[in-house]
Structure formats: C-alpha cells, structure tokens
Write a protein that binds this ligand. Structure first.
Ligand code: ACK
Length: 218
C-alpha cells in the first residue's frame, strides 16, 4: 500500500555510537596528519594535486559526510532494486534496533575517498544484501561483505557511494595477489601503497565499534 512505500528508508545499515564516531574521526585525523608528512606520500603527491610541487592539506581535502555508518542496503526510498525484498526479510526485522560490534581492520585512502574497511562476522553477513559486490564490480567475483565500509570523507564533488567502489577495486587487486608496496610502519598500523594514489593502512589492532542496526530516512 501507499504507507509501505512511504516507510521505505534511504538505506539500512549499522550506525556507530556517538562516542565511537568521535574516536574514529580522531583516528582518521591522526592518520591524515601522519600521512601527509611522510616522504613516501610526498613522492606521490601528484596523485592528489595533479602537480608534483603543490602541497595538500588532507584534512581539508576530505570532507566529512556526516554520521558514521556502514550501509547494508541502499533503498533510495524504495526506488533501488530489491529494497522491498530486503526490508521484508525476517532477519532484517529481527535484528532491527539491535547492537553489534563492527570490526575495523583497515583504513583506505584514495584521491576520491577515505574509508574504513569493515570485516563482517558470519552473523552480520546475514544482514548483507546479495549482489552488491557484483553491482559495484561486475567483472569480478568477490565474496559477500567485500564492500562493507564506513565512509570517513570524500574529496570535493565525490559522492559517498564511491568509498565502497574504491574498496572493491582494492579487494580485487588483493584477490589477484597484489600486496602493495610496503611504505612504512606507523603507530597505528602498517602502510602500503597500491599505486594511483591508493594508500592502505592495516591497523595493528582492529577497532571494535559498537553500532546499531537500523535505517536512515534523511
Ligand atoms: O558511505 P555510504 O555507504 O555510501 O553511505 C551512503 C548512503 O548510501 C547514503 O547515501 C550509500 N549509497 C548511495 N548510493 C548507493 C548505491 N547506489 N549503492 C550502494 N550504496 C549507496 C552512500
């Protein structure tokens, strides 16, 4: 009926608790500060500026996209394929409003986006929609959950949907056996460069972020 259509959200996902949002934001800030001071980063600066000589302030370069979350299903108020089917699943109804911990293993920075990769548990994967990896990387065959992420910032003019697409590209490279060029060990983790401005920080200690599974209406 009409009410049902009205009730379809922009997206479903896990929403980080406010205290952990602050923690993650300040961790990202530290990372950006450290990264832009590294010689290795400066060598590849043209990936970001288009010019080798120009300086870049990464904290300004990446714009905050609001409340930190990990999208499961993007519904676009019911306009996106499979929204209704997703929302009607028993597991989605059962878990709605429940808390779990998101495991953050990696920070991924590209000239377009800054994001945290989320490693979903078996149980969390039950809320992961089918086909979103294929949708983002049609030519690849990536395991469910490969696209799970938290967008931490986007370059000017870039939409947050790009963070998941950038992550899929990285996961594909890793699936093909690329490990990146080991750049440096930082306090937070070990840093690798994958070319074309893609920097990956594997955290020494994965972060555990308490989050609530629900939906966002905008
Ligand atoms: O950072 P995100 O995961 O990327 O969170 C936002 C959220 O929905 C609200 O815009 C994500 N998003 C936007 N468009 C799509 C799409 N076509 N497929 C998957 N996720 C999307 C965006």
């Amino acid at each position: 009926g009409q009410l049902e259509e009205v009730s379809m959200p922009l997206f479903f996902g896990w929403f980080l608790c406010p205290a952990f949002q602050d923690k993650l934001r300040s961790m990202a800030k530290d990372f950006l500060k450290t990264l832009q001071g590294l010689e290795a980063f400066k060598e590849h600066l043209s990936d970001f500026t288009g010019e080798a000589e120009k300086e870049v302030d990464l904290e300004q370069y990446f714009q905050d996209k609001g409340m930190l979350h990990c999208t499961t299903k993007f519904c676009d108020y019911g306009k996106a394929d499979g929204s209704k089917e997703y929302a009607e699943q028993q597991i989605v109804k059962d878990r709605y409003g429940s808390m779990s911990e998101l495991k953050l293993s990696t920070l991924v920075l590209t000239p377009r986006t800054l994001g945290a990769r989320v490693s979903l548990t078996e149980d969390q994967l039950r809320l992961w929609p089918a086909g979103v990896e294929k949708e983002g990387a049609p030519e690849a065959d990536l395991p469910p959950g490969s696209r799970a992420h938290i967008t931490l910032g986007c370059a000017e003019g870039v939409e947050p949907v790009q963070t998941g697409l950038d992550l899929l590209e990285l996961v594909l490279l890793q699936q093909q056996g690329q490990e990146g060029e080991r750049a440096q060990d930082l306090d937070l983790g070990s840093l690798a460069y994958y070319g074309k401005g893609v920097w990956v920080l594997s955290l020494h200690e994965p972060g555990l972020a308490p989050a609530c599974f629900c939906s966002y209406y905008g």
